[in-house]
Ligand binder design. Sequence first.
Ligand SMILES: [Zn+2]
Ligand SMILES: [Zn+2]
Length: 267
Amino acid sequence: MEVVFWGVRGSIPTPGKDFSVYGGNTSCVEIKFSDYSLIFDMGSGLKNLGDSLIERKVNNFDILISHFHYDHTCGLPFFKPAFLKESSFSLRGGRKDILEILDSQISSPSFPITIHEFKANIKYENFKVGDNFFLKKNIKISTLALNHPDGAVGYRVEHEGKVVCYITDHEHKENTKNTDLIKFIENSDLLIYDSTYKDDEFSNYVGWGHSTWQEGVRISNYSNVKKYFIFHHNPDNKDEDMKKIENESKLLGSNIVVAKEGMCVKI
Ligand SMILES: [Zn+2]
Ligand SMILES: [Zn+2]
């Protein structure tokens, strides 16, 4: 498996020179298998991923959606494979009304086209949050409800003894061990975790639905996570701020990485 970060920012894309090192596109992560790709979320990073899929001639893939806030869906209308007749893929999430939600997001007067102009064979599928299921190549997917306004789904991917967990957007409870989450991410080779805030500012943002990079360190330690990726960066954090977080996190462990757009990680 190879994990590729196409978008690592949270909440809103942040273009510009102050964000050029860590990246400005919102949530989109690809797991590449030999001739198949699994995609998490459709943030603005999905645009570049779509172009890459076409260039690489990959038309065997599925998309798992954490939730439907715009920073996780805004890339869909710019995803070129959706407009190709020869494309066929699934869009899955933890709600029954996936089609209705996306239809409402991509419609007049907010958007000039509708999802009915997509030419690809797209299957809109849902699951009960908490259930497990299998995708192609015997990839096991487990799901967990996260603590976020309007809800969000955390994913655990298992394939040939390797484990990747994608946990965003999620708010932790201070000084409380989330035993369900700790068990869910246990022994992950790679954890991608909502690290929007820092511990010392968290009290200002209770109820906003996000966690801190230090909480990611704590749950990684409880869960025997091999590599933890700080993800869903605060749009207020310029490269210099992200560098500070990176330096501070390195003091707590060599297995902590600040995700950068374009990063590829083999596991
Ligand atoms: Zn988000
Ligand atoms: Zn959200």
